[in-house]
Design a binder for this molecule. Structure first.
Ligand SMILES: Cc1cc2nc3c(=O)[nH]c(=O)nc-3n(C[C@H](O)[C@H](O)[C@H](O)COP(=O)(O)OP(=O)(O)OC[C@H]3O[C@@H](n4cnc5c(N)ncnc54)[C@H](O)[C@@H]3O)c2cc1C
Length: 425
């Protein structure tokens, strides 16, 4: 095993939804930045995980997340030769979301190109296994195949989704007794829709549930939508994995195995029992199962349900958090709750991104400090990316000023993100 020493200003732990944006922001602000990413590409859940739906660049009133996330999104669309959808026309009546989809391979490659161009050092296939404070520096140990890397850095941003760094530092974390179910993304194609009758397939689905051919969670939205919805979406984003404790390798292994078993069960059912499904093919499967909710940081502030639904105007706000709350559960399936008025625009305060009692570490993305209901609204991809941009800016300013990130004012953080295209908050 090779031992490698590296010194940078900022380490981004996890180059996922929040992390890749944090890295580009920090590097563009002029500080040396590395990403240590356990997976194979940038984007995390958005790319490798197969959830290619950063839905909320716009509210119904106007832009809420722009900056580096929007830049990467529009570059991807341009590369595909596709128009940018007009948010005023595309909004489905029943949902305030702006439904935007990315092409996964193009987005992952564009994000990587932009990161490298900004000077970000990328380490894929490497996971952070240890961290300790040495004077005013972090010493971060990561392992990859044949590599043990010790990185010296002034600041670290935990973007691992499961608060890995926060937990390694034994700082306090939040975790619900029962977490929202996870999912494995896959896509069934080749269904001959002209043969599919909504009422008939609903009866066939209900019989399969009654006689044990299918199990609860194989189609997660059964409380909201008819089975035809599942077929129309080729099953994508429609399976639940209960207790998907993907924060360690054992939990991830169990979730992967369960997700694939659910996928095969459903595929067999569609082929054997659904008229028009005889020639269905399994077209895509994400390499690993995802969690919606595991560990997240206990921050200096915990965002409460009312903060989200009443859109608290925090003094230390750093970005918008426009979304609705979608709460998934084993008992019910999926429940959705919208903000009361289109004029309400929830925010994320800086203090919810600083682990309690810590210095020189911030978090972004799913690691945000929020109670269960607020968390279900804030974890949306655009908000995760916006938090990433804000924390990339905070860490860069801290390094440049020779102070800890928690000492940077939210106003300065926002001002730097706005210089890089973000929406003022
Ligand atoms: C099934 C499902 C459907 C969803 N649907 C939507 C939707 O339609 N719209 C929407 O806006 N949001 C949706 N979400 C929510 C959203 O996708 C996530 O909350 C968000 O992508 C999380 O971003 P993140 O940056 O916190 O984590 P991730 O994107 O998961 O990134 C974390 C990264 O850290 C890496 N990592 C972890 N541990 C380590 C370590 N120790 N060392 C190095 N690297 C590490 C991982 O490999 C990963 O790349 C959905 C989520 C799920 C699970």
């Amino acid at each position: 095993m090779r031992s490698i020493n590296e010194t940078v200003d900022i380490v981004i732990a996890g180059g996922g939804t929040a992390g890749h944006i944090a890295s580009i922001q920090a590097a563009r602000a002029g500080v040396s930045t590395s990403v240590i990413e356990a997976g194979t590409m940038l984007g995390g859940t958005m790319t490798a995980g197969g959830v290619y739906m950063p839905n909320h660049f716009f509210s119904t009133k106007g832009p809420v997340v722009q900056g580096i996330p929007w830049e990467l999104y529009t570059k991807t669309k341009e590369m595909e030769g596709l128009d940018i959808p007009d948010y005023r026309q595309r909004r489905p009546v029943e949902s305030p979301g702006y439904y935007s989809y990315i092409n996964i391979p193009i987005y992952a490659a564009v994000a990587e190109e932009e990161a490298l161009q900004a000077g970000v050092i990328l380490h894929y296939h490497e996971f952070i296994a240890d961290i300790k404070a040495v004077g005013n520096y972090w010493e971060i140990t990561s392992f990859g195949r044949g590599i043990r890397r010790i990185t010296k850095a002034k600041e670290i941003i935990d973007c691992t989704g499961d608060a890995d760094v926060v937990r390694l530092l034994e700082l306090d974390v939040l975790k619900s007794k029962v977490s929202q179910p996870g999912a494995l993304q896959y896509k069934i194609e080749g269904i001959e829709y002209e043969q599919v009758w909504k009422e008939e397939v609903q009866t066939i689905y209900e019989e399969a549930m009654n006689n044990g051919t299918l199990e609860k969670g194989d189609f997660a939205y059964a409380n909201m939508e008819p089975f035809k919805y599942y077929l129309d979406h080729g099953g994508h984003n429609a399976t639940h994995i209960y207790e998907a404790n993907t924060y360690d390798a054992d939990g991830q292994t169990r979730a992967n195995i369960e997700g694939r078993a659910r996928m095969l069960r459903m595929y067999n059912f569609v082929r054997k029992s659904i008229p028009g499904g005889e020639r269905a093919v399994l077209k895509m499967m994400a390499p690993y199962a995802l969690a919606r909710e595991t560990f997240h940081a206990l921050g200096e502030y915990v965002i409460e349900k009312d903060d989200f639904f009443k859109a608290t105007d925090f003094d230390d706000k750093v970005c918008n958090a426009f979304n609705y709350v979608d709460m998934h559960s084993q008992e019910i399936g999926c429940e959705v709750e919208y903000l009361e008025s289109a004029d309400l625009l929830p925010k994320v305060p800086f203090s919810a991104l600083i682990p309690k009692g810590s210095r020189r570490i911030t978090v972004a993305g799913r690691n945000v400090s929020a109670n269960r209901v607020a968390f279900a609204g804030i974890r949306a991809q655009c908000t995760c990316m916006a938090m990433g941009q804000a924390m990339g800016a905070a860490a860069a300013l801290a390094v440049q000023r020779g102070v800890a990130s928690r000492e940077i004012s939210s106003r300065d953080i926002v001002a730097l993100t706005v210089e890089h295209g973000a929406v003022p908050v």
